[in-house]
Design a protein around this ligand. Structure first.
Ligand code: FAD
Length: 464
């Protein structure tokens, strides 16, 4: 009898262009498995918004598998041991999975390979990136550290392989192993249920991701001109679909590349940032928690654990109460829908690090908990880029002026949506309402000029 094949799913929750599933289905009966391994990632265990997304994505995947006569088996515990146990239970011939690059997943893959040594094969496939992370190298075979040459080299290797279709059939095993029920995992918030805004904003799952891709084909042409305008809301919003693997980058590339124009060219560069971030964490696995530029960080940052004023500033930033409308709109969007427009992510991150002089790791952790697209590589790389502490990053001394940014990128409608107490202000005043007309809206935590001087002084000291 043909041995069953286990497919270990993680951030690759799709049926189409899923090389692990595709390959397994061509070999014999398939047992698709998701293992909830909560403790593995240390201080990067799933955030609250990610758990919400994961619940709905798993429900959607299970429904798609059932339509094909298959099932999704759910287990909980340390993934390598759980999978090795499942191999014993089912007599599986192999475990198939897509390679993941977060340090805890790389470790889990190594552990699993050791545990399976005698009993079954571990077949690792590529498919979550345009090119396998680590494979794009300089002429001398070294990994790139800087985005621009990396993207140039990656572009020379494009297009990615043609996406695979859904397997026409997913053969079922004679006997299904036991499974947890998704509801028992309690991934959704209940008391209180804070996910109302996310339910309205998002449609989760592979089918929804493809509907969004169809919509985006009609809009990508304008990406170059509109991507920085939060009020227009004209970005793809693929990030959670790509992060959870409901959509593969190869599917995105091949669906859009024929549009050719400037919009596509700009969009392709953004997609490459995603590959770049993985390339960075392959080289520096602790990148989401360790700064890579030599600064005296004890001198640079105000520490919320020791300084009550810094603690109060951090809380005001998290709650969207800094007195800077564009910053507060972004932080409230994040809280309500689990996502924030890219331009506003840059403004809010810069504000935390430079205006409030708070260590970027506090921001990274807050985003990690609140984003439905919270991604170890993308989040760490972008925070270090903004903070000026990364291997490729903005200069610390380039300090974004939030009010200028708000006016330049016409954020008035965006502010009205997320800071409703300012809705009555006209287009000019809403970016920085006069103190005596703010009503319940707070005054600025710190003036821009004062914040800028404080940041530059602290930076000089930290380098001395
Ligand atoms: P689009 O503009 O439509 O771009 C298409 C895709 O390209 C995105 O879905 C994303 O996968 C990729 N992409 C775009 N910009 C970047 C970028 N700068 N870095 C890496 N990939 C990019 N993105 C995440 O996916 N997860 C995160 O945890 C995350 N944290 C961030 C933290 C900060 C401080 C900043 C400044 C940016 C962060 N980003 C993160 C990058 C970016 O803001 C989001 O990918 C983007 O806003 C998602 O919206 P979109 O899908 O509409 O993007």
């Amino acid at each position: 009898m043909t041995k069953p094949q286990i497919v270990w799913l993680r951030r690759d929750l799709r049926l189409a262009d899923q090389p692990a599933l595709h390959h397994a289905a061509s070999l014999g009966p398939v047992i698709p498995v998701y293992v909830l391994d909560d403790e593995r990632a240390g201080d990067h265990k799933l955030g609250a918004a990610s758990r919400w997304w994961l619940h709905h994505s798993l429900a959607s995947l299970a429904a798609s598998l059932e339509k094909k006569g298959s099932r999704l088996i759910l287990r909980r515990g340390p993934a390598p041991q759980v999978l090795a146990q499942l191999v014993d239970e089912t007599g599986a011939g192999a475990v198939h999975a897509l390679r993941h690059y977060e340090p805890w997943w790389r470790k889990a893959e190594d552990e699993l390979a050791k545990l399976l040594e005698q009993s079954a094969d571990l077949a690792l496939h590529d498919g979550n990136y345009l090119r396998p992370p680590g494979s794009v190298t300089t002429g001398s075979g070294q990994p790139y550290k800087i985005y621009t040459p990396f993207a140039k080299a990656l572009n020379e290797e494009m297009p990615p392989p043609e996406p695979l279709p859904e397997p026409p059939a997913i053969p079922a095993p004679d006997r299904w192993p036991d499974s947890d029920t998704l509801d028992d995992w309690r991934l959704l918030p209940t008391a209180p249920d804070w996910a109302g805004g996310m339910r309205k904003f998002w449609a989760v799952g592979e089918e929804a991701a493809h509907e969004r891709l169809d919509w985006w084909k009609e809009h990508v042409a304008d990406y170059g001109s509109s991507r920085n305008l939060p009020s227009d809301d004209r970005t793809s919003r693929f990030s959670p679909h790509l992060h959870w693997g409901e959509l593969s980058p190869a599917q995105v590339w091949h669906s859009l590349c024929d549009t050719r124009g400037d919009g596509w060219q700009t969009f392709a560069k953004e997609l490459m940032w995603r590959d770049y971030a993985q390339n960075v964490i392959c080289q520096y696995p602790d990148y989401a928690s360790s700064s890579y530029r030599k600064l005296d960080e004890k001198t640079l940052w105000r520490d919320p654990a020791k300084d009550p004023a810094a603690a109060s500033d951090l809380e005001a930033w998290q709650q969207g109460c800094t007195g800077y409308p564009i910053v507060d709109a972004g932080m409230r969007q994040l809280w309500q829908v689990g996502w924030m427009h890219n331009r506003v992510r840059m403004i809010t991150a810069s504000f935390l690090v430079k205006h409030l002089l708070i260590d970027w790791r506090h921001g990274e952790q807050w985003f990690w908990d609140c984003l439905v697209d919270a991604d170890y590589g993308n989040n760490g790389v972008n925070w270090q880029w903004i903070a000026g502490t990364g291997v490729d990053s903005n200069m610390f001394t380039r300090i974004m002026a939030p009010l200028t940014q708000s006016e330049k990128f016409a954020a008035q409608a965006y502010i009205r949506t997320y800071v409703p107490e300012l809705a009555e202000f006209d287009d000019e005043a809403i970016h920085d309402p006069p103190d005596d007309r703010r009503g319940s809206y707070p005054v600025k935590r710190i003036g821009h000029r004062e914040a800028r001087e404080r940041a530059l002084a602290a930076y000089r000291k930290s380098r001395a």
